[in-house]
Ligand binder design. Structure first.
Ligand code: HEC
Length: 112
C-alpha cells in the first residue's frame, strides 16, 4: 500500500513537473544514494550536522552543476564519489554515462 502510494506520488510529480524523468531514473538514483561507499550517502548525509541534500536542492542553493562538481572533486569531509557511483550495479546494468547517473541521483534527491 505504502509502495503503491509512493509510486503514484512519483508519477504525479513527473506529470506535474512535465519532465522526462521516469520512476526508473529515480529508482537508480535511490540505489546510488543507498549503496555508494557500501553504506550509502545517507551514512553521512542523513546526519543533521552534514549538508541536507534534498533541502538544499529544493531551496535552489545546490544546483546541478555544483552537485556534479562536488561529486567529481570532493569537498572537505566529502569524498570524491563519481567512481563509486559508476561502480553501482544499477548504473552498470542501465549502461548510464556519468552525466545520466548524476542526473538520476539528483532527480531522486528532489523526490526524497
Ligand atoms: C564520509 C561521509 C560522507 C559520505 C559517504 C558522503 N558525503 Fe557528501 N558531504 C559530506 C560532508 C562532511 C560534506 C560537507 C563538506 C564541506 O562543506 O566541507 C558533504 C558535502 C556534499 C555535497 C555538497 C553540499 C553543498 O551544498 O556544498 C554534496 C553535493 C554531497 N556531499 C553529495 C554526496 C553524495 C551524493 C554522496 C553519495 C554518493 C555523498 N555526498 C556521500 C560527507 C559525506
Amino acid at each position: 500500500m505504502k509502495k503503491s502510494l509512493a509510486a503514484f506520488a512519483g508519477i504525479a510529480l513527473v506529470a506535474l513537473s512535465g519532465q522526462a524523468f521516469s520512476s526508473e531514473a529515480t529508482d537508480i538514483g535511490k540505489k546510488i544514494y543507498d549503496r555508494a561507499f557500501g553504506r550509502g550517502c545517507g551514512t553521512c548525509h542523513d546526519i543533521a550536522s552534514n549538508p541536507q541534500l534534498p533541502e538544499l536542492i529544493k531551496a535552489g542553493t545546490l544546483d546541478r552543476a555544483k552537485f556534479e562538481q562536488v561529486l567529481r572533486d570532493g569537498k572537505g569531509g566529502m569524498p570524491k564519489a563519481l567512481d563509486e557511483i559508476m561502480k553501482n550495479a544499477a548504473v552498470k546494468k542501465a549502461g548510464l554515462t556519468e552525466e545520466l547517473a548524476i542526473d538520476d541521483l539528483y532527480e531522486y534527491l528532489k523526490t526524497k
